[in-house]
Write a protein that binds this ligand. Structure first.
Ligand code: PEP
Ligand code: MG
Length: 574
């Protein structure tokens, strides 16, 4: 029977496909009591699952290429050891017998016990090993539950599949860049979580915060995902299918039409030039940038080079990635942001696992306390600056001391390259992200000392309104039009103008066509966004008369009444 789930639409479009349940980070396990005559069979089922996983891991280990980093076989050996430890391979069987329960439940109970024991360990390295236990247990659970592998990966016809997950980490999403699902839906997540941003960057329809999708949807069920409305229809009837097929076609036609403006200049009706740049995560995103007609990279989130791998990328590996992007952009600007891990982009032991990681040692704070890591990255970026118009962007600045320390680190990296006789652009521009309210309030001081500013509205909103951007329970408070947010943006734009330094917006606000006119009216001339949003934003630019919207945008800036703001926004976008 058809039913509908409501969530947050984070990447638009309409997808109709077959559900594929993934339980990568959260395996749902049912509990049932078994009649005693089934216990031996259940124990055999458990042994079979452990054997299957052991074989899978041994095959993986045998297939590791000879030139792979040494950590890779070591990592698999450790997982094999965990699997064969009696705590996981024997104790669950005792639980099945003593509690007359199903194998999944016994294993999940034992995992909880072990995780609790690991969490009590003081040593942070050992404490983190609980993650390995969870990963091994999840593999066995998936075999028991009949989901053969982690996340669906090698299916031939993923284009018809809709991935249903409890949660998807940014690292998971990056893995999917190589695959083509029709849509993603998840139980948790906020509209500007990094996973949502990645769904948009992949141009894949996506709805998050559905709460019960993984529990209510079954593998192979037909589902419709409406990424605009944030609606998922499970097992639709014929009339619903027909209606959504029609809407899907209309959406595709509109997108097709937009392609006509790919090569047009982004100029307002009264001749104001607007720069539209792209945000990327990996060099593989360059083709999408080219298709979008972007005239530069306004934000290269370099942290994604550090994910889904064993160990940190070397200077040469990083250099190769930055050089590839710089060269591909043919002299157009490439703004490489230094490592911004932490909060909802964890990186193993390097990042905090404290109660409030978003307020912890993330981004520039982490780099300034891990100077060797920072030095390696700065050298790699500087080396790439010899091959294109590279700029350096510093995330999460909150005070001028951090800026001084960053300049000192850049100087050290330059000096070491000079000593090694390696070429770089000595005048490489250095910019700062304005994404903490403190930085926006003192934007004048930052503008004086930096070559450019870039407003990270995702974090600026998170920190101004004190809401976790990845937490859907407070996403109703996430409001780019909040007067305090608009004031901080306007203040930063004024600071840039006063100091004669360019200011861009590279947060999700820049890619929302409903906000394009407002931002132009506030004085923004440089936008950087997911390539998939660029043509819709350009369309807005082309139909905007900048001097005509000035008065209305000033009214919106001054408004403290939500309803009035919304009414003014409707007028502005008419
Ligand atoms: C932002 O905070 O707006 C931003 C662009 O950075 P990120 O989304 O990667 O935190
Ligand atoms: Mg940010």
């Amino acid at each position: 029977m058809s039913f509908t789930l409501h969530g947050i639409g984070v990447s638009s479009g309409i997808a109709i496909g077959v559900a594929r349940l993934a339980s990568h980070s959260h395996v749902e396990v049912a509990h049932y009591v078994l009649p005693s005559q089934y216990i031996d069979k259940e124990i055999a089922r458990f042994d079979d699952a452990v054997n299957t996983v052991r074989q899978e891991m041994q095959t993986l280990r045998d297939q590791i290429p000879a030139n792979a980093p040494a950590e890779m076989p070591a990592f698999l050996d450790m997982h094999l050891m965990i699997l064969d430890d009696s705590m996981l391979s024997v104790v669950p069987k005792q639980l099945i017998r003593s509690q007359l329960c199903n194998a999944e439940w016994a294993l999940a109970q034992q995992m909880e016990q072990l995780v609790a024991q690991f969490e009590a360990i003081d040593d942070p390295y050992l404490r983190e090993r609980k993650t390995d236990v969870v990963q091994v247990v999840e593999r066995v659970l998936k075999v028991l539950l009949g989901h053969p592998d982690n996340l669906p990966s090698n299916e031939s016809n993923l284009a018809d599949c809709i991935l249903v997950a409890h949660d998807l980490s940014p690292a998971d999403m990056i893995n999917f860049k190589r695959q083509q699902f029709a849509a993603f839906i998840t139980d948790v997540g906020g509209a500007t979580s990094h996973s949502a941003i990645l769904a948009r960057s992949m141009n894949i329809t996506s709805v998050m915060a559905l709460h019960n999708a993984l529990r209510l949807i079954r593998d192979n069920e037909i589902i419709i995902v409406d990424g605009q409305q944030g609606v998922v229809i499970v097992d639709p009837d014929d009339a619903e299918l027909e209606e959504y097929q029609l809407r899907q076609n209309q959406w595709r036609i509109e997108h097709q039409k937009l392609k006509r403006i790919t090569t047009s200049r982004a100029t307002t009706l009264d001749g104001l030039e607007i720069e539209l740049h792209a945000n990327i995560e990996l060099p593989q995103d360059i083709p999408a940038v080219k298709v979008s007609g972007a005239t530069g990279i306004g934000l290269f989130r370099s942290e994604f080079l550090f994910m889904n791998r064993v160990g940190l990328p070397t200077e040469d590996e990083q250099f190769e990635a930055y050089r590839e992007v710089a060269a591909a952009m043919n002299g157009q600007p490439v703004t490489i942001r230094t490592l911004d891990v932490g909060a909802d982009k964890p990186l193993g032991d390097l990042t905090d696992h404290t109660l409030n990681p978003a307020l912890g040692r993330r981004a520039i704070r982490l780099c300034l306390s891990e100077l060797t890591l920072f030095h390696t990255q700065l050298r790699a970026i500087l080396r790439a600056s010899h091959f294109g118009k590279v700029k350096i962007l510093i995330p999460m600045l909150s005070n001028l001391t951090e800026l001084q320390q960053t300049y000192a680190a850049i100087d050290r990296a330059k000096a070491s390259l000079l000593a090694d006789n390696i070429a770089f652009d000595n005048n490489v521009a250095v910019g700062g992200m304005i994404e903490i309210p403190a930085a926006a309030l003192m934007a004048n001081a930052f503008a004086e000392r930096l070559d450019f500013l870039s407003i990270g509205t995702n974090d600026l909103i998170q920190y101004t309104l004190a809401i976790d951007r990845a937490d859907d329970s407070v996403s109703y408070l996430y409001n780019p039009l909040h007067p305090a947010v608009l004031q901080l943006i306007a203040m930063t734009l004024r600071a840039g103008e006063k100091a004669g330094k360019p200011v861009s917006v590279c947060g999700e606000m820049a890619g929302d066509p409903k906000l394009t006119r407002l931002l132009i009216g506030l004085g923004l001339r440089k936008f950087s966004m997911q390539p998939a949003s660029l043509l819709s934003v350009k369309q807005q630019v082309l139909t905007t008369h900048s001097s005509e919207i000035h008065a209305l945008t000033q009214k919106i800036l001054k408004s403290t009444d939500t309803e009035k703001t919304e009414a003014l926004m409707v007028r502005l976008n008419r």
